[in-house]
Design a protein around this ligand. Sequence first.
Ligand code: SF4
Length: 414
Amino acid sequence: MKAFCSRKVYSFRVNSKNVCRAGERAEYGNVKKVVNIGDVKIGGEYPAAVQTMSNLPTTDVKAVVRQAHSCRDEGCRIFRVAVYDAASAEALGAIKKSVKMPIVADIHFDYRLGVAAAKNGADKLRINPGNMPKEGLRILARTAKEYGIPVRVGVNGGSLEKKYATTARGVSGEEISANSGEEISANSGMCLEAGVKNSGNQDMRGISRAEALVNSALDGAGLLEGEGLSDIVVSLKSSAAAETVAAYRLAGRLCGYPLHIGVTEAGSPDYGIIKSAAAAGALLLDGIGDTIRVSLTADPVSETRAAVKILRAVGLDRNYAEVIACPKCGRCVHDTEGFVRTVENFTADVKTPLKIAVMGCAVNGPGEAAESDIGIAFGGSGAAIFKYGRVYKTVPTEEAEREFLREIEALKMR
Ligand code: SF4
């Protein structure tokens, strides 16, 4: 069996300049294994898939199914539920029957729940090596292989395996072996200076928590591989954006399994979406990330919407209407703020690439509008409507909004 992780990741050390060095170059680089989660493929060249997790008791089957449908309507492609007892494992089977989306069982502590979830039709198991005995992980690996489903090794900064948590605090340092090799940029957050605490994502001594996350995840993946399982997905979540990015960048070089990305416990939507976008956006622009979850203290529909918007913002999903709008200044001669919302609502159903510009004056207006499929630039006495780079028509101000929506409707129908 082809092993998709470079175990050489363990070879970290702090050199004489207190700079971490990794022992080997990535063996895998851009080679990424394809993993099937039900009928959704991730990894390889497949686009990043949006996923979320129910925040309802799994045993409330009707409500969970309703929620899954709402998430699916918003662009979710993989749905996770918590399996915390025998009843929730059984409920997963009932949910599966009514949801046309892969269902992932979130398993902690007790491997028997994972076995029950697999028997009840789970399309993937998510385990955390930090809270399950190794023998339980081995049993789950064999179970997943028997049922032909993948396992996500989901390492979380808040529940790191004890030995890595200890190492990340710089207490032991035994995990850091002496080796020479490629230097890792200090800017990545993966390196640290002994005795210096830096921006919360590094510890006082020893390896950084980002490295500890990677080591723990690859350890877990290696354990599953040892049982013959190769359908593995890896996640390395921290509640800090910089630490999350550092961990995934390292894993992206050293691990050939698909990466499930996201910031864990990102917070309320106001702040959590921004933190998630900062981390996931950086990773996706680097080409890292095969599936994404935005973890908010909010309902999973909001999580799904946020994840979809992140993919759109970095250009990985173009099948929608993107509305470019001027930020407004003293020159603005129209209520573009209100009109942009109108246009966004009017085009929310668009599922093909469409670029729309709404501009408030004649300074940048014509330029931006001209680069869009359709645009409008308001002026003193009227507005110019542009199509594919040319002025299509000019209309009096009082007719401009209605006319612009009519022209957009015509494009939607084409
Ligand atoms: S497009 Fe015009 S109104 Fe809008 S921000 Fe630019 S200069 Fe100001």
